[in-house]
Design a protein. Structure first.
Ligand code: SAH
Ligand code: SF4
Length: 336
């Protein structure tokens, strides 16, 4: 088993079978996490890049089975920030020192590519990188966003198990989601994807395929989060994903894609106290603090009890674990 970890650390390559073996054996977790931490340090250093997350609309036309923002959930108060509010929030984040703002929302048809382009252009005047997480669009729409100056895009594949994908998104197309990711790459976005860990019926083999997909896409960023059940969704009665397994998927991803950016996800911190630190010491090098105004933040309930981190305690915490805050845009080193 140690040989496999050694191989991954040196060659950044594993077969599906080898990944499956690592994911199945919990006696090697500490060694795996330490190897991922070393690879993180060697390839992307001790800097942690902070991204200011603005959740600008919780209105969504889709019906992903796991998500509290799904259109059919009537037990949620919906909101949409105005373009002015979004730009104002970005300004506050930039003044705090953030070098990236992430604009995330449900798939809200009000925010057309043209309207988003106007917002992006205003924010780009503030000398900051802009990341979008606004869901599936056409090549032409993504191009409008890129031409407006957007730098990066996050779109998780969620699961590469096509059958499971169909079950969890009956009205959506797995092929289209993949098409989106390849279009984003083609357009020159730093492209982020990722998966949920612990979805009902998800197998270890499927998680191994997820990791191999990240490599095949040559993703620039990968976000991995444990599934957390939300009571107002069809998956409300299922159990949450396993935290350790999610960290293992993340750690193996770091070994196989050494130069990419990997966030310590909010879902990890929500599931386990100190989850963020464990992630940062097992391959992660990014944190995305939420800067959305508090009144709206609580309405953006993708899953329950989502934690937020206070900026000054985060800085203190990073210092304690021997890490520094990234001073530049924190672009993916995968693209150099
Ligand atoms: N609408 C956009 C962005 C918002 S959702 C999109 O879907 O891409 C952002 C991420 O939240 C999703 O990619 C999904 O992986 C995650 N998510 C949704 N429901 C979740 C749950 N119940 N537990 C953990 N993560 C969840
Ligand atoms: Fe909408 Fe994204 Fe939630 Fe799916 S995961 S319902 S697209 S906000």
């Amino acid at each position: 088993m140690e040989k496999l970890i050694e191989k991954a650390e040196k060659e950044h390559c594993l077969s599906k079978e080898e990944i499956t073996v690592l994911l199945s054996d919990n006696s090697i977790n500490t060694e795996l996490f330490n190897a991922a931490d070393r690879v993180r340090k060697t390839f992307v250093g001790d800097e942690v890049h902070l991204r200011a997350l603005i959740e600008f609309s919780n209105i969504c036309k889709r019906n992903c089975f796991y998500c509290g923002l799904r259109a059919e959930n009537k037990n949620i108060e919906r909101y949409r920030l105005t373009p002015e509010q979004i730009i104002e929030t970005a300004k506050i984040a930039v003044e705090l020192g953030y070098k990236t703002v992430v604009l995330q929302s449900g798939e809200d048809a009000y925010f057309t590519a043209e309207l988003l382009a106007k917002i992006i252009k205003q924010i780009k005047k503030m000398d900051v990188a802009v990341t979008l997480g606004v869901g599936e669009m056409s090549f032409e729409e993504y191009k409008i966003l890129k031409d407006a100056g957007a730098d990066r895009f996050l779109l998780r594949i969620e699961t590469t198990d096509g059958k499971l994908y169909k079950k969890l998104h009956p009205a959506a197309s797995f092929e289209n989601r993949k098409r989106c990711l390849y279009d984003l790459k083609k357009l020159g976005f730093e492209t982020g994807t990722g998966c949920l860990v612990g979805l009902p019926e998800q197998t270890i083999e499927a998680l191994a395929d997820d990791i191999l997909f990240f490599k095949e896409l040559n993703a620039d960023m990968i976000g991995i989060g444990p599934f957390i059940p939300h009571k107002d969704t069809p998956l409300g009665n299922f159990t949450a994903g396993n935290f350790e397994l999610a960290v293992k998927v993340m750690a193996i991803t770091r070994l196989l894609l050494p130069c990419i950016n990997i966030p310590a996800t909010t879902a990890m911190e929500t599931l386990v106290k100190n989850g963020r630190n464990i992630a940062l010491q097992s391959g992660a090098n990014v944190v995305m603090p939420n800067v959305t105004a508090l009144d709206y933040r609580k309405m953006y309930e993708i899953y329950p009890d989502k934690v937020s981190v206070d900026y000054s305690s985060l800085l203190e915490n990073l210092k304690q674990i021997g890490r520094t805050v990234g001073k530049d845009y924190g672009n993916s080193k995968n693209r150099r």
